[in-house]
Design a protein around this ligand. Structure first.
Ligand code: SF4
Length: 483
């Protein structure tokens, strides 16, 4: 799996391992993942599911017997970008064939879901198209594709794919690090007018609570210390509890906070309308729930929020923020914004700027609106010219950048808990994260990876904070620090 086109996608770069089913041949799998954290998680689960069939991951597409493109439909011209990527892989496939080696090419993810058979019609080199609800069938689908069939499976099945997906081995968990994602919910019923998710991922479906708890317990025994619960609309989670009653996200978080070894919990991405009293109270009660809430608002203008079908007004959003702050005073907020939505006037955009300042977001993801085929906003009049969008985006990013720098600066000289995640670039250095997801470089021995320790921030850089373990000398001494 390679770097995708959004932060969060990671390269899975561990060496191949022996297969576990007694087959003598280990085949190589390369997954290139695009888009959101859910795709990163799905790529992990695809690799876990194919491991018992004898597939071990490789970071090099050229070495692979099976290449999976795990696609994202959020970005503009997403389908066209996938077809260009397939074109590059076709050349690789032809070269391998000239040397008597077969490469099977599969397309997964949201573009696969949206395009379906169109992909095999347009791209002769693609052997398999698999929708995002069907990954548990991959061993069978891949076997059929390798036998020469061109396979398309994008139906939304009734069976629970999470039940059928293999659990990762402890070695695989260890490679992925102390912080990981767990999907608890998929799909969305909100139908924002700019968004393809309800069409590509389907209606909201939540996993049973006990199965998520069991998965997190398994991850914790493998060394995971921080779990980010993910879903397209994660705070709409309503999976059945042990008694079959619907449980909310707050109930799930309370159970997970009790799992031995789990130090931190996060969740993303939320909708303001689903931020219920129980979840707000959980922020006040659960020390493991990090004080960093990503709550997309998209616009500060009621007129644009209505055109987006966001189902809330600016005042509703501000009310949720106030209630969260009343529950836990040290909460920091991040958000998503779309500028230049059809019909957005300068006054609407100024309302967005004023909302950013009023809430005091620590940071935010910002996008210029671009139409997604099949979504209602495509049909709206008054599409905003590109140059106006670009100018507004720049102004918004300037405000958010200023707030981000101010947010980081206030930690200089302060001591805060850092979860140490992995070795840094220098000998003796570890990289960790604060509860606010800031990266911290700290001198500490390797045995502390997986520990959450107080760190005093000695320097605030543009991308990272630098610190020392509380009570340690503040001058980094890379040579002296034991690794
Ligand atoms: S709530 Fe989020 S996932 Fe659902 S339609 Fe709106 S933007 Fe898309």
């Amino acid at each position: 799996m390679d770097e995708g086109d959004k932060a969060g996608a990671k390269r899975l770069n561990w060496p191949p391992v022996a297969n576990t089913n007694g087959m003598s041949e280990t085949r190589k799998l390369h997954i290139k993942s695009f888009g959101c954290q859910m795709n990163v998680y799905d790529s992990y689960r695809m690799a876990d599911t194919l491991a018992p069939a004898g597939y071990a991951e490789t970071a090099e597409a050229a070495d692979a017997d099976l290449i999976i493109l795990n696609t994202c439909h959020i970005r503009e011209k997403a389908a066209e970008k996938v077809y260009s990527e397939i074109g590059r892989l076709r050349a690789l496939k032809q070269e391998a064939a000239a040397h008597g080696r077969r490469i099977t090419i599969a397309v997964a993810g949201c573009v696969a879901q949206a395009e379906g058979t169109e992909i095999v019609r347009r791209a002769g080199s693609v052997d398999l198209v698999v929708g995002s609800q069907n990954y548990h069938r991959l061993p069978d689908l891949v076997a059929r594709a390798e036998a020469g069939e061109r396979v398309v499976d994008t139906e939304f099945p009734l069976d629970d794919k999470f039940d059928a997906l293999a659990a990762p081995a402890h070695a695989a968990i260890a490679k992925r690090g102390v912080s990981t994602f767990v999907t608890v919910q998929e799909g969305c019923d909100k139908f924002c007018t700019f968004c393809v998710v309800p069409y590509t991922r389907g209606a909201e479906v939540s996993r049973p609570l006990e199965k998520i708890v069991a998965e997190v317990e398994h991850l914790a025994t493998g060394g995971v210390r921080e779990v980010t619960l993910i879903g397209q609309n994660v705070n709409a989670y309503h999976g059945p509890d042990a008694g079959g009653r619907p449980a909310g996200l707050a109930q799930l978080l309370r159970r997970l906070a009790e799992v031995p070894g789990i130090l931190r919990l996060r969740y993303t991405t939320s909708h303001p309308c689903d931020m219920d009293d129980a979840l707000i109270a959980a922020h006040g009660d659960l020390p493991a729930l990090t004080p960093y809430v990503h709550l997309p608002v998209q616009s500060g203008s009621d007129r644009i929020l209505a055109a987006m079908n966001r189902r809330h007004r600016r005042s509703d959003y501000l009310d949720v923020i106030a209630r969260l702050r009343a529950s836990r005073a040290d909460l920091a907020f991040t958000s998503d914004f779309i500028v230049g939505f059809p019909g957005e006037r300068e006054a609407d955009f100024r309302a967005t700027l004023s909302l950013v300042e009023e809430v005091g977001f620590a940071t935010a993801f910002t996008f210029a609106y671009s139409p997604r085929p099949g979504t209602p906003a495509v049909e709206l009049d008054d599409q905003i010219p590109r140059e106006v969008q670009a100018e507004r985006l720049q102004r918004l990013q300037a405000v958010i950048g200023r707030q981000w720098r101010a947010f980081n600066a206030r930690f200089a000289g302060k001591t805060l808990e850092v979860l140490l995640e992995k070795p840094g670039r220098h000998p003796g250095q570890l990289v960790g994260r604060t509860p606010y997801l800031q990266t911290v470089q700290v001198i500490a021995p390797r045995r502390l990876i997986g520990s959450a320790l107080p760190v005093t921030i000695t320097e605030v850089g543009s991308n990272s904070l630098f610190g020392t373990l509380a009570g340690q000398p503040s001058t980094p001494d890379f040579a002296a620090a034991g690794a």
